[in-house]
Write a protein that binds this ligand. Structure first.
Ligand code: PLP
Length: 381
């Protein structure tokens, strides 16, 4: 049998990245907000139909900006899943506010919209909806809940570039959306992100925030005479080098998603028998969600089985990974969040059983066959 070594992820490279970077150097402008920053913002504007997009250093930066824009204050509460990346909660904690964890739906791994009401107090200011694996949360229900209770909605759409809820692009439904272009995402530039301003009242301030609290952008548009410090802010602007790299990726987003779709559908087809025998559970994608195939996960029946399976695959040079340690059980989560009040049974259930299999742009059928036959063999022992 052929020897395989299958990493969990291999970043996609289009081939034009270095050419665009060289071009940005030749233009003599490699700090932020130049030619390629504008190109990326315009590309995303057309893709998402969101009129105000600001490129950022990371999704973490975009989430921090979102929490400043909605004016979170110490003691305010923000509802979010515990089953998410730390940045969702950090952005809130950095403002002195308190994450309140809502349980997830064990089928979609997203916020259980029916449990939001249990998390509501008179201190609640916002909901952060995290779209896991590019599958959207139930945004209609979440938006109605927020509207009825005077809350803002922030979408952590870090994993959702190219994914849709009905016909709306992920990240364009709440007041503010956040994208990631970290190396582990479908489309990337090493470190990078974007802020989507859907509620126009935040547009002007978002520009100022990103430019260290100055009116630099308005100044360069000749809208103001003096370039000066007018509000709080930080350095959230990516360099042109990152944006040149990213533009070479964005141009290929359709191709990337199509290739990943093929890989995920191949797994779904060939692992179906294990699901039918009740040995694993395959992911369910809701009809109205158009996913972007960011990752492929299975649910093992028991935590013990997952440990054994990871080991079994590792011995065959296949890297399969578990995912989030729930934030409510992490040291910082225990310190900064409101925990221990609401049950998070589904979050615990999923986080102990979920296993992600390798999916990347140029994964071959032979590599997938090797992963699949290894899985079948594990359950056939
Ligand atoms: C990747 C990710 C982030 C962080 O993105 P960065 O660009 O690395 O800051 C935040 N939230 C979720 C859900 C993510 O998957």
């Amino acid at each position: 049998m052929k020897e395989f070594e299958i990493p969990f992820n291999k970043p996609f490279i289009s081939g034009k990245e270095l050419y665009y970077i060289a071009n940005s150097v030749m233009k003599g402008h490699i700090s932020g907000n130049g030619f390629y920053t504008k190109k990326c913002e315009e590309y995303l504007r057309v893709l998402t139909q969101c009129n105000k997009i600001l490129m950022t250093n990371s999704c973490t930066a975009a989430l921090e900006m979102a929490c400043i824009l909605i004016d979170l204050k110490p003691g305010d509460e923000v509802i979010m899943p515990s089953f998410t990346f730390v940045s969702t909660a950090n952005a809130v904690v950095l403002r002195g506010a308190v994450p309140v964890f809502c349980d997830i739906n064990p089928k979609t791994f997203n916020l259980d919209e029916n449990k939001l009401k249990d998390c509501l107090t008179d201190k609640t200011r916002a909901v952060i909806a995290v779209h896991y694996a590019g599958q959207s949360c139930e945004m209609k229900v979440i938006s109605d809940f927020a509207k009825n209770n005077g809350l803002y909605v922030i979408e952590d759409a870090a994993q959702s570039v190219g994914a849709y809820y009905h016909d709306q692009h992920s990240g364009t439904i709440g007041d503010i959306g956040c994208f990631s272009f970290h190396e582990t995402k479908n489309i990337m530039c090493g470190e990078g992100g974007a802020l989507l301003i859907n509620n126009p009242k935040f547009s002007e301030r978002a520009e100022v925030l990103r430019e260290k609290g100055t009116n630099r952008e308005a100044f360069f548009r000749n809208e103001v005479e003096l370039y000066t410090w007018i509000d709080k802010g930080s350095s959230y602007l990516p360099s042109e080098l990152q944006m040149a790299f990213l533009y070479a990726q964005l141009e290929n987003i359709d191709q990337v998603i199509t290739k990943r779709q093929k890989a995920v559908e191949y797994y779904l087809l060939h692992l179906k028998s294990l699901d039918e025998q009740g040995l694993i559970t395959l992911p369910k994608y809701l009809q109205h969600n158009k996913i972007n195939y960011h990752l492929f996960s299975i649910l093992c029946n028991t935590p013990k089985q997952r440990v054994e399976l990871i080991e079994f695959l590792k011995n065959r040079n296949i890297s399969a990974l578990f995912h989030y340690i729930p934030l409510h059980s992490s040291p910082a989560g225990l310190k900064y969040a409101r925990t221990g009040v609401l049950p998070l049974n589904e979050t615990d259930f999923v986080s102990e059983r979920l296993l992600r299999l390798p999916v990347y742009f140029d994964i071959t059928v032979e590599e997938q066959d090797y992963v699949i036959s290894s899985l079948l063999e594990f359950f056939d022992r």
